[in-house]
Design a binder for this molecule. Structure first.
Ligand SMILES: [Zn+2]
Length: 538
């Protein structure tokens, strides 16, 4: 039996710099309009060396171009591999695997131990893997194989047993497959990031193996965020014949303006005047729902009602304006738990426990007894029943003692759908620090209202005032408990810059300028409320 002993020598072959230049060019465009964006930046980051960054500015049309010159430091893939069929004297071919980063002349020489050249050949070869083969010549002894490439020499010692009469140096080139593999290993990877104010950055990965033509399509932060407004009173107008599908110049809300404002989900309040309908608010609430359904049918291609979070998700994905009903004022249920059931079945997903009027079972914030009188036993039953239905408890308008009682009874997070911060504007409709803290501790949210008199004592209110209230809640309890509750069409005065539902993008811009991150904005606009909705409404 032949005794084969293989000896492997593994060496680094070289580490040559191989530079090449590729051109990278393209456009930064608005995803919606397809138009090029001025003032966009493109940032190139070397994935392996993130500290290596370069920033390019797109021109006024959103076009950018640059050359990517990469000095590649070629890693030796496996370097030289010498295999010797030692000590078998009858088959003493020697193979050296040679990996080359670029084309050039590869010179191979064989010397004996005295320095006498035995064989010599030069090959002009392409990058990739090649195998230098040496079939022994001459007498037994020690030989040196010298491989030279681009002025660098690599010497390998070989031992030849016995006198041989081989063919000397030969070259074998592996197939192109290997060449590709080789190049892939050594291609530099980059991240190309397009950024522009008001837009969500986008990242594309490239490598430097070829020229690139790239189009970034950026979405605005506003479009990207799911915008859920917790309170709108337009159904008060709809019940009187107002058409939501027409672009109106009166009121604050209609479908064209909801679309322009990027409102994805609107909580639509069913509010019945307790003075106008003192005896039958429930019946009037049903009439409002009927008028809402008429609009829903009329505009079913662009508008839909959601009853649960799955429907919210799918409708938002479809790009449909999504309405969720809610009831403002416990007087609507006329002290009858079955009427609460009916409203839930018709789609009402939160109940504002009181409006400005107290009921027999809950006390309004406007009530002189608000600090001392809370929930009655029936009131507690309503709260527990809402918990079992999966209906959100809203405490905007609700008196402080009643809020405390609610927090004792409910097992769910609660919301204040449209309120402000009392520490900034001392008004009975606003929340104290303690109330904000308690709502946050329960995991609820506060929808910051857009009504000037609740935000400031000055005669005009601006977006800055709205953000001041958002800021205050953020600093008190954190970003996770803030939402928006405009109260459009329930207010007779408006914020400068937030005059109707089409103006929400102005708030996004102002929040970004104020230093709010994209993730902060997404939480305020929808994610925080969705967390509560998923938990309570299932
Ligand atoms: Zn209200």
């Amino acid at each position: 039996m032949k005794n084969h002993l293989s000896i492997l020598f593994s060496f680094l072959i070289f580490s040559l710099a191989y530079s090449q230049s590729i051109s990278v060019q393209g456009w930064v465009k608005d995803k919606n309009t397809g138009l090029g964006l001025d003032s966009a930046f493109v940032i190139l980051v070397n994935k392996n060396f993130p500290q290596q960054k370069d920033t390019f500015r797109a021109n006024n049309s959103g076009y950018f171009s640059f050359f990517l010159t990469s000095a590649r430091d070629f890693e030796s893939v496996d370097a030289i591999l010498v295999t010797n069929n030692y000590p078998n004297p009858f088959n003493s071919s020697t193979n050296l695997d040679v990996y080359l980063p670029e084309a050039g002349n590869l010179k191979v020489e064989v010397y004996d131990v005295l320095g006498k050249m035995i064989d010599e050949k030069t090959f002009t070869i392409l990058p990739g893997k090649h195998i230098v083969e040496y079939y022994g010549k001459g007498s037994a002894g020690v030989y040196f194989l010298v491989v030279s490439f681009h002025g660098k020499d690599f010497v390998r010692k070989i031992i030849q047993l016995g006198n041989l009469n081989g063919d000397g140096i030969k070259l074998q080139t592996s197939g192109s497959n290997y060449l590709n593999k080789f190049l892939k290993v050594t291609t530099n990877q980059y991240l190309l990031i397009a950024e522009r104010f008001l837009y969500v950055p986008d990242t594309i990965e490239i490598d430097d193996s070829q020229n690139r033509n790239i189009t970034f399509e950026l979405e605005t932060v506003h479009q990207n965020a799911i915008l859920i407004d917790l309170h709108n009173d337009v159904l008060e107008k709809v019940v009187d014949g107002y058409d939501l599908g027409v672009l109106n110049t009166i009121n604050h809300s209609d479908l064209p303006r909801f679309y322009k404002g990027g409102v994805d989900v609107q909580l639509m309040a069913l509010w019945v005047s307790p003075t106008q309908y003192p005896n039958n608010p429930f019946q009037q609430t049903l009439r409002m729902i009927d008028s809402f359904k008429v609009q829903l049918n009329k505009y079913s291609s662009i508008m839909a009602q959601a009853l649960n979070s799955r429907e919210i998700d799918s409708l938002v994905k479809l790009g449909k304006f999504t309405a969720i009903l809610c009831v403002e004022g416990g007087h609507a249920i006329e002290e009858n738990i079955y009427k609460l059931d009916s409203l839930y079945k018709l789609g009402a997903r939160y109940l504002t426990i009181t409006w400005n009027n107290s009921t027999s079972w809950a006390t309004s914030a406007q009530d002189p007894q608000a600090t001392t009188k809370g929930l009655s036993e029936f009131g507690r039953q309503v709260i527990r029943h809402m918990d079992s239905l999966g209906m959100i408890i809203d405490v905007s308008h609700v008196g402080p003692k009643t809020i405390d009682d609610i927090l004792e009874v409910t097992v769910n997070p609660i919301i204040a759908s449209h309120s402000g911060v009392k520490a900034l504007r001392n008004h009975y409709r606003n929340l104290t620090d303690q109330q904000i803290i308690k709502i946050a501790q329960k995991g609820g949210v506060i929808g910051v209202i857009f009504y000037p008199p609740y935000l400031t004592t000055s005669s005009t209110a601006t977006i800055k005032n709205v953000i001041d209230h958002i800021d205050y809640i953020k600093n008190l309890v954190g970003i996770d408990y803030i939402a928006l509750g405009s109260d459009f069409d329930g207010i007779e005065r408006v914020i400068v810059g937030l005059e109707d539902v089409s103006k929400f993008p102005n708030l996004t811009e102002a929040l970004l300028r104020r230093g709010y991150s994209i993730s902060d904005i997404k939480k305020i606009y929808g994610e925080n409320f969705l967390r509560v909705f998923r938990q309570v409404c299932k």
